[in-house]
Write a new protein. Structure first.
Length: 422
């Protein structure tokens, strides 16, 4: 589904020349300079935009990463987006993010879906804003933060003070010097499953039995403590081994006037996979229509918990359409993706498994939380090594601290955004 901002632009552009295959250019303003960037109809529907032109208009550049000119990096300020012709995925700071449509070449030029410029870049701290009313993309001056050159560091390094300028940097934040305004923010931490709903169990192939509900509760409690140490108020959806309905967790967050909703879960391999016990890694979801079979698998697995709710209203099992029609929630989806990206970036620094990227799916637990909301799969309980990792107390504290740093980083970025900072 095309977001409202992109849809508004599509209507304006398509209405201007309904009988001509080409479309009018997009207006791009960088400071006092205004440029026009060529657009065209995307072969898969919607609008495509010339990548080199939009990068140059924003004061950046498009760099070829291979001799065959199939791989590129679109750079704006300190933000880099890696692209590949023929793919509908982008790589940002090592994390894979789905695009609205594929990247393609035409007439020797690289084209990307319009949403990359109007949605993705504004989320990445590149100083870019899209005004749908004027169909205008703008770039503002950003504040450059001086940093030491990165150096190898031990696993338990003391966090550096200060705020890195891009999601590619370390997301750790020192508990000291927290903005007083963060104390007014409320983060709702949701420990997945509980009570008679054990969630997944593992590992495959034997070993100490691991139940998802116990791991999520332990990590969630540690995350609560880590956030409170950083000056953030926390509300828990559960603090004991009890069952909370999937569609009741969001209303708990809403009643608490939460600013963020973070749901902690443990992944499980599809038993039909080849060697499912070897599946490893972490991934973070935000609420949107699933685009891949694996995203649909995770959504089905997590949404299955509704069967434990004897009075559940199963007529709500397709809530995504309602959310996607709500303008306010659409903004929450954008912010959710930003939070998910920061979480993935942070977990890469401590987790022994691979980053499986930022993903999207129609997850019931996120549907009724009317705020930026994410679901974090902190590892595969079906993998013996990761099951051991996630049940180790020290590793749980490390995971919780890293998640807390990412949440605080997001809140600090948000404070600068609403406060008019860079």
């Amino acid at each position: 589904m095309m977001p409202l901002g992109a849809l508004a632009l599509a209507l304006q552009l398509s209405a201007a020349v309904p009988a001509v295959p080409s479309l009018p250019p997009l207006a791009v303003r960088a400071g006092n300079r205004m440029q026009s960037v060529p657009t065209m109809r995307h072969p898969d529907g919607g609008i495509a935009i010339r990548a080199d032109a939009v990068a140059e208009a924003l004061g950046g550049q498009l760099v070829s990463l291979s001799n065959g000119r199939a791989r590129y990096r679109l750079e704006v300020g300190t933000t880099g987006v890696d692209l590949e012709a023929g793919s509908a995925l982008a790589v940002i700071a090592g994390d894979t993010v789905p695009l609205r449509a594929g990247v393609f070449r035409r007439g020797g030029r690289l084209y990307v879906p319009l949403a990359l410029a109007t949605e993705l870049l504004p989320r990445l701290g590149a100083g870019v804003l899209f005004d749908p009313d004027k169909a205008e993309l703008r770039r503002f001056a950003t504040v450059t933060v001086a940093r030491r050159a990165p150096a190898p560091r031990p696993r338990a390094e003391t966090p550096r003070p200060g705020l890195p300028a891009s999601p590619a940097d370390n997301v750790r934040s020192a508990p000291a010097n927290r903005s007083a305004s963060l104390r007014q923010r409320v983060v709702v931490v949701d420990a997945g499953h509980g009570g008679r709903d054990n969630g997944m169990s593992g590992p495959i192939g034997g070993g100490p039995r691991v139940y998802e509900k116990n791991v999520t509760l332990a990590v969630s409690k540690l995350l609560q403590s880590a956030l409170e140490e950083r000056g953030v108020r926390v509300v828990m959806t559960r603090t004991t081994d009890t069952l909370i309905g999937l569609y009741d967790r969001g209303p708990i967050a809403n009643a608490a006037k939460g600013d963020l909703f973070v749901s902690i879960h443990v992944n499980a391999a599809n038993p039909r996979w080849q060697n499912p016990g070897s599946a490893r890694g972490f991934e973070t979801y935000f609420l949107a229509e699933a685009k891949t079979e694996d995203e649909r698998r995770v959504a089905a697995m997590e949404n299955e918990a509704v069967k434990f709710e004897t009075d559940a209203d199963v007529s709500r099992d397709d809530p995504l359409g309602f959310i996607m029609r709500d303008m306010a929630q659409n903004e929450h989806l954008r912010e959710s993706m930003r939070l998910a990206t920061l979480i993935q970036t942070g977990l890469r620094t401590v987790h022994p498994g691979p980053s499986r990227g930022v993903k999207q799916a129609g997850l019931a637990v996120l549907v009724t939380a009317f705020m930026p909301a994410v679901l974090v799969e902190i590892g595969f309980g079906t993998n013996r090594a990761e099951a051991q990792y996630m049940t180790d107390g020290d590793r749980q504290r490390e995971l919780a601290s890293t998640l807390a740093d990412a949440v605080v980083r997001y809140l600090e970025q948000y404070e600068r955004k609403v406060g008019g900072g860079g």
